[in-house]
Design a protein around this ligand. Structure first.
Ligand code: NIG
Ligand code: FE
Length: 404
């Protein structure tokens, strides 16, 4: 039981799986509240003026805010080593594409991953998982995509599975074999190989992803891979419109993708394509910030009546941070979202974008009690405004305090 909650924020009625358009500006708030957890799930909540008799363990929030944990629907946090060398090239002025063209970028991470044992890869990745859980992430999607050959892609997916089994957060796995063309393959040959990997990958993954962008995979490649993925029961989540607009959003929508991610360069045509679909537009402001590329036109999406999710894209090349509070702050500071819109984008909508909105992402009876208790005095606006000050008093995962 949590008592003396200053503001219980993110209350959503049962059955609501995402917010779109004007709904993005709303979230349920109860001031001066209590909340009861049973068997790791949110049982009920109410006002302190009629607080039931307290049984079992009690956590006094002392006036702090309670919000659902952040959901991070797009990460590549299983990787080996780092790409600090390229950071120096970037400072010198090389672009993401130039670094990739020199054989750096994703292929660099893939070579390192190949030389790293599965246990070591798990340990390094768990370090990052612990880091993000401590800053409030309670659900996380993790992609493969630094293997780029059958053996190493499956190694990554097994590491993600092991992470899923070792943490109390909700974890989902995405097969991103088509992240770059693996060494020694032609592009056509590699797309064939990805299609061949699909049945094995599907035993370990929930979703299939393609980096559908200029210099990476074409819409035709994407089409083929998504057909193979959906035939094996993998739901698409697509990288699109990060480097150029080549039709990735449209392919994703045709395949009823769960989400379409990046969208830095998307405009009115992509907004139109997304209207009336089940696909969640997902933006990754951390990579716009780090790469110095445009921020997605989040406001235009919302004004057109669409939903919006924000995720970290935690990866060594374009977003070496998985801090979802910073993502929320960037949503406000650089995309001009209101704090409530940004909050919905990093909780319920990002839960939807990783297919777990029935489990997490809001304060709803029956959902998993993955919650953040803040220090006294915090509210959503201050969270984004005073974006570097520590705000977390306690992280609860399945109702239990995370030992940080
Ligand atoms: O989401 N865009 C493609 N993939 C990653 C970058 C991965 C990397 O550079 O290692 C992204 O930004
Ligand atoms: Fe990504």
């Amino acid at each position: 039981m949590i008592i003396n909650i200053g503001e219980l924020v993110g209350i959503v009625p049962e059955g609501v799986m995402r917010k779109q358009g004007g709904e993005m500006s709303e979230t349920g708030v109860l001031k001066d509240a209590w909340l009861r957890v049973e068997d790791g799930l949110i049982k009920d909540f109410g006002s302190m003026t009629d607080c039931p008799d307290v049984e079992g363990e009690v956590l006094d929030a002392e006036g702090g805010m309670v919000i659902p944990s952040f959901c991070d629907s797009h990460t590549h946090l299983v990787y080996a080593g780092s790409r600090e060398g390229e950071f120096l090239d970037k400072i010198e002025g090389l672009s993401y594409e130039e670094i990739a063209a020199r054989g750096g970028g994703i292929l660099n991470s893939s070579d390192l991953l190949h030389r790293t044992s599965e246990d070591e890869l798990y340990e390094q990745s768990m370090g990052r998982v612990r880091e993000v859980l401590a800053v409030g992430t309670g659900a996380i999607e993790i992609k493969s995509g630094y293997g780029l050959n059958p053996g190493d892609e499956l190694k990554m997916l097994r590491v993600i599975r092991r992470i899923r089994e070792s943490v109390p957060a909700v974890v989902r796995a995405t097969f991103l074999g088509a992240h770059a063309v693996g060494r020694g393959y032609t592009r056509e040959g590699y797309v064939d190989a990805v299609v061949e990997m699909m049945p094995k990958a599907a035993e370990l993954a929930d979703y299939v992803d393609v980096f559908c962008d200029e210099g990476f995979f074409s819409t035709e490649d994407t089409e083929r891979i998504l057909k193979a993925g959906t035939a094996c029961g993998l739901w698409p989540k697509i990288h699109a419109d990060e480097l150029a607009v080549i039709g990735g959003v449209e392919v994703a929508v045709r395949h009823n993708a769960l989400s379409v991610d990046h969208l830095e360069r998307s405009g009115p045509d992509q907004i139109e394509a997304l209207r009336g679909t089940a696909t969640m537009p997902t933006m990754l402001p951390g990579s716009s910030f780090f790469l110095g590329i445009p921020f997605g036109r989040a406001k235009d999406f919302i004004h057109a009546g669409l939903g919006l999710a924000l995720a970290s894209d935690y990866n060594p090349g374009s977003s070496p941070s998985g801090d979802m509070r910073f993502v929320m702050a960037l949503g406000c500071i650089r995309m001009r979202l209101t704090p409530v819109q940004a909050f919905n984008a990093v909780t319920l909508n990002s839960a939807y974008a990783m297919g777990v909105a029935h489990l997490v992402g809001s304060v709803t009876p029956g959902k998993i009690a993955n919650l953040i208790v803040t220090h006294p005095g915090w509210n959503l606006t201050r969270l984004a405004y005073q974006y570097r000050s520590p705000f977390i008093s306690t992280v609860l995962l399945r109702g239990l305090p995370l030992a940080i």
